[in-house]
Ligand binder design. Structure first.
Ligand SMILES: [Zn+2]
Length: 611
């Protein structure tokens, strides 16, 4: 039976569909729709790698002179092979996430990793052939109606081609990567994971990691929060030189490679953010406009922190109290969460709700916390011709209900785009990836707020909503500003020692918080443990962009009502087949206009006013 046809009165399926026990006991995936068994997955993968090698034999060397119909044929064939490969590879990843301790799962993983290299080697030629076509020929082909379903993908490859070096140069860069950037990244991660702090959180002294210390920032014990923060920065201090050196080396390396790849302005000076902007499919000017607009609204965050200080009964909020709980969160069982998420989405769109209902009835959610299971939460699209699945660890809190809504938002996005787009275009880039998930959270948030009568539970709900938005919009923008200044300093020939990084970090934080938050001296080392700076530069601003986009879309829904719904679902259906700018234009949002973010900030202000 097609999951889309299942209404609320459909007969209950086993497992998830029956009522779950405490902490979602019994709510586990049935992955048979992807692969019937491990053996089948292995056979499927082996056959797919063979198909990929046949595909290469058939097409390699012919595409330089192929017409649009030839390219369309090759892309269609590759899409089919890619789907089959991704199904087997996703099945492996999902099994590992379910139980990483199982030796059979580990064996499958080793096999998939080995075959993945063969697969990638076999199919790599197609993108390279496209990128090395004469520019006028590629541009003409990309406009051909026969390739319309691949157009955005092909045009993006052409943009990438302008920053791609010759094959020997690319090979040289790839060969040195392990001893260059990867080595600094490893040193950074090994240094951080080696930091273990003997700390007493009230149950006796025991070793704590940095993440464990950070988790006490949400404790309701003020003294514990303060001690944890102090211990954290004391523990980081002896390592600040090494951590700064890792960053300094990476920044220097990236600037050099920017010059080689042509991420530069007219005078040849590197534009360190451009590589991220190209990857996010966002024009430089749009990103600059957004960052400036967020900075101009730092006062919105500051107003919340002042309000929080008043609620906590202090004159000025201390850094250690930034994430102190406000009010008392309500409890929520898995069954209640299911009902509430589906009701909240149903009031928005019945068709969207029935797509989400199928996740429950088809056992495409694994929510039960178990030993060996991956922590956190995610939604996997599996493959373009399959259906998405959600993993989370449900512990009966209202926060878990929000996570369920979030992941099902991704699930809705995948479901719609998978049906409408090719394997090359159903996934969005980073800038749009968190839009549907946050929008779904908003639907649940408003649904809960309209029904919650307990004042303490309401306070907790609203405060969590605002703090989530502030951490995503303002803090991530502040981090992008910090990175900009660090790259600029390095480009001027200044080394990025820990004192210089601490100065920049503190100044940018002061801009964000003003006098609404007292920053302790130890927080000067706040830059030192953030993995995004090391792993993917300017990664953080795409969180700000996506969150602002979700809130702006939600504000549009509130003002336009039902006519907005079809436009929104079409936007999701388009997946990654258009740029964020073009996608948002279809719902009447012009991201080149600085005012596009205003409705998002107005929403946050309206929440603060309700506290
Ligand atoms: Zn997400």
């Amino acid at each position: 039976m097609d999951g889309l046809d299942m209404g609320a009165n459909a007969p209950a399926e086993p497992l998830n569909a029956e009522s779950a026990g405490p902490r979602a006991a019994g709510v586990v995936w049935d992955l048979q729709f992807i692969e019937p068994s491990i053996e089948a997955a292995r056979e499927h993968l082996a056959a797919t790698v063979q198909k990929a090698e046949h595909f290469a034999k058939k097409w390699e060397g012919t595409l330089a002179t192929a017409d649009a119909a030839g390219w369309a044929r090759a892309l269609w064939e590759l899409g089919e092979i890619d789907n089959a490969f991704r199904a087997a590879a996703s099945y492996n990843e999902l099994r590992l996430a379910q139980d990483s301790l199982s030796p059979t799962n580990q064996d499958l993983d080793a096999y998939v990793k080995k075959e993945s290299v063969r697969f990638a080697n076999a199919v790599r030629f197609l993108e390279l052939d496209w990128k090395t076509l004469p520019a006028h020929q590629a541009r003409r082909l990309a406009k051909d109606p026969a390739l319309v379903r691949y157009r955005h993908y092909l045009e993006r490859l052409l943009e990438d081609a302008t920053h791609t070096l010759s094959a020997p140069e690319e090979r040289a860069l790839a060969e040195r990567a392990p001893a260059a950037e990867s080595a600094w990244e490893s040193l950074f991660h090994e240094t951080l994971s080696g930091i273990v702090v003997e700390f007493d959180a009230g149950e006796g002294v025991r070793p704590h990691t940095i993440d464990e210390l950070l988790s006490y920032r949400t404790s309701d014990d003020a003294a514990l929060r303060e001690r944890a923060v102090t211990a954290l920065y004391e523990a980081l201090s002896p390592w600040k030189g090494v951590l700064a050196k890792c960053y300094d080396s990476l920044v220097g390396d990236r600037l050099a490679i920017d010059r080689l790849r042509g991420y530069v302005d007219g005078s040849g000076t590197p534009l360190p953010m451009q590589q991220a902007n190209v990857a996010n499919d966002l024009p430089d000017a749009v990103v600059a406009t957004m960052l400036k607009a967020v900075e101009d609204h730092y006062g919105v965050a500051q107003a919340y922190y002042r309000r929080k200080a008043a609620l906590l009964g202090v004159k000025q909020l201390k850094f250690a109290d930034q994430y102190a709980p406000i009010g008392t969160p309500a409890r929520c069982t898995y069954d209640e969460a299911r009902k509430r998420v589906l009701s909240a989405v149903s009031a928005f769109s019945k068709s969207a709700a029935s797509i989400l209902e199928a996740f429950f009835t088809e056992n495409r959610i694994d929510a039960e916390p178990r030993k060996g299971k991956a922590g956190g939460a995610f939604c996997s699209g599996v493959a373009q011709d399959k259906k998405p699945v959600v993993l989370m660890n449900f512990t009966d809190t209202i926060n878990d209900a929000m996570t369920l809504a979030h992941e099902l938002g991704h699930g809705l996005h995948f479901s719609l785009a998978q049906k409408a787009q090719t394997p090359f275009e159903y996934e969005t880039g980073m800038a749009m990836a968190e839009v549907a998930s946050t929008f779904n959270e908003m639907l649940l948030f408003d649904y809960l707020l309209a029904r919650e009568t307990d004042p303490a539970a309401r306070q907790s709900l609203i405060a969590s909503r605002i703090e989530g938005s502030c951490a995503t919009i303002f803090r991530q923008t502040m981090m992008a500003r910090y990175e900009e200044r660090a790259y600029a300093a390095r480009e001027r020939g200044e080394s990025l020692g820990s004192d210089r990084l601490s100065d920049i970090w503190f100044e940018e934080n002061r801009k964000e918080y003003g006098d609404s938050l007292v920053l302790p001296d130890g927080y000067r080392l706040g830059w030192s443990y953030i993995p995004h700076f090391i792993g993917t530069r300017f990664y953080t601003y795409s969180y700000s962009f996506a969150h602002l986009t979700s809130l702006a879309l939600y504000a549009k829904y509130k003002s336009e009502g039902q006519p907005f719904v079809a436009k929104y679902l079409d936007l999701l259906r388009t997946g990654g087949a258009k740029s964020p700018e073009a996608l948002l234009k279809t719902v009447g949002i012009d991201i080149t206009d600085p005012a596009w973010v205003d409705p998002a900030f107005a929403l946050i202000e309206s929440w603060t006013a309700q506290l």
